[in-house]
Write a new protein. Structure first.
Length: 396
């Protein structure tokens, strides 16, 4: 889907999908989620894994299936990116849905006029979408995005945060149970069009021990520019604490349909990171399993760092419940009841999640909401195209 449709308008969810499975694909069984993934034997610090290849084509990708970008070539580039993110810049980074209202020089004049969250001209990345209403006059009956009645009351959110016992059905609660997910999930800081923004992401098991998965619009602006100064902070904590360091992007990957046409069914980005203190990210914090072509439906836990009110971006938040197909038929995504706001884009959805250990299997991520249903988050289906994307990233 793109903005060319007269009935649909895309607007970003970030402050923060996945292609349909190919016919005849053989499902890949998920590994046991309750056990920490075993990392490959470590190589000397800074030494590329023997499995790495310089090209997506050598990873078995079909022509045009994967588009890649070299983010930082030399140690000096890595140092520059990491040095860019001062505590002050991190604190000022915005949810991407505010991109319409800011520029290098300050506030832009006017708004787009779309109901709900807005999007900057040329930005068609997956986010909140305006669906055609089922009957005349229905649009006038919908509260505006950001209206108090569309957000859970801040006090209600805080009450949900009081319990440390994980809930198997929740639209948005602070995660206080601990476990591996508090390390493998983190915040992403990046720059687009000269403005600093935030997203969420999670580590996954990979041959190079360097891969994190996030939304495509947290990596590349659809048909537009790649993000700059891309940095992942695993286990981010309140006040900007970085208990496991920070990792700059060295290579970025998105699916071809996302890069060519901002196709929401492929709103997935994968990033191969640099090391921090000579350690690969998976060695430092662990990595969740990842699976493709799994059965649809079932239970999922979605994690992220929502930054729009009533959330602040300072805490790991989760949603949990049953997955269901997109009722509008606009995507092959699945929906999860979730109040998380901008900033949560790219946060991992874990199936087979063991709340006692914090381990699970990533099968989707937070991508967008429809403007007339702010209580349902949608995430892409991880099929063969995303599997190819992953293969390229883990060999980078």
């Amino acid at each position: 889907m793109t903005l060319s449709s007269p009935l649909l308008a895309a607007v970003p969810l970030v402050a923060g999908l996945m292609g349909p499975a190919l016919i005849g694909a053989t499902p890949e069984p998920a590994r046991h989620p309750g056990r920490p993934p075993a990392a490959p034997a470590p190589s000397p610090a800074g030494t590329p894994s023997p499995a790495r290849t310089p090209s997506a084509a050598r990873a078995g990708a079909r022509p045009g299936a994967v588009v890649e970008h070299v983010a930082a070539r030399r140690p000096a580039d890595h140092a520059r990116v990491l040095g860019y993110w001062t505590r002050e810049r991190m604190a000022r980074a915005l949810p991407i849905d505010l991109l319409d209202g800011v520029s290098r020089g300050g506030l832009l004049g006017g708004v787009t006029g779309r109901s709900g969250l807005t999007t900057a001209p040329g930005l068609s990345h997956g986010a909140l979408k305006l669906l055609p209403r089922p009957r005349a006059g229905a649009a006038e009956q919908q509260p505006r995005a950001g209206a108090a009645e569309q957000r859970p009351h801040a006090g209600a959110v805080e009450r949900r945060h009081q319990s440390a016992r994980p809930q198997f059905i929740t639209a948005g609660s602070r995660w206080t149970t601990g476990g591996a997910v508090t390390r493998t999930t983190g915040r992403v800081f990046m720059t687009l069009r000269g403005v600093d923004f935030v997203c969420s992401a999670g580590t996954v098991r990979s041959a190079n021990r360097d891969v994190v998965v996030t939304a495509g619009h947290c990596v590349k602006d659809g048909t537009g520019a790649w993000a700059e100064n891309w940095t992942f902070v695993p286990g981010y904590r309140e006040g900007g604490a970085e208990p496991y360091g920070r990792y700059a992007a060295r290579r970025m990957f998105v699916a071809g349909p996302w890069s060519r046409s901002a196709d929401d069914d492929y709103d997935v980005g994968m990033v191969a990171l640099t090391t921090w203190a000579d350690r690969h990210v998976a060695d430092a914090v662990g990595a969740q399993e990842i699976a493709f072509n799994t059965g649809r439906g079932g239970q999922a836990f979605g994690f992220g760092y929502p930054a729009d009110p009533p959330y602040t971006g300072e805490h790991l938040v989760y949603c949990a419940g049953k997955l269901r197909d997109d009722p509008h038929g606009q995507t092959r995504d699945q929906g999860l009841g979730c109040d998380m706001t901008a900033g949560s884009s790219g946060g991992p959805w874990l199936s087979g999640f063991d709340h006692a250990t914090g381990w699970g299997t990533m099968t989707s991520l937070s991508s967008f909401k429809y403007s007339d249903d702010r209580r349902t988050m949608y995430g892409p289906y991880f099929g063969d195209t995303i599997k190819t994307l992953y293969t390229a990233a883990e060999r980078a």
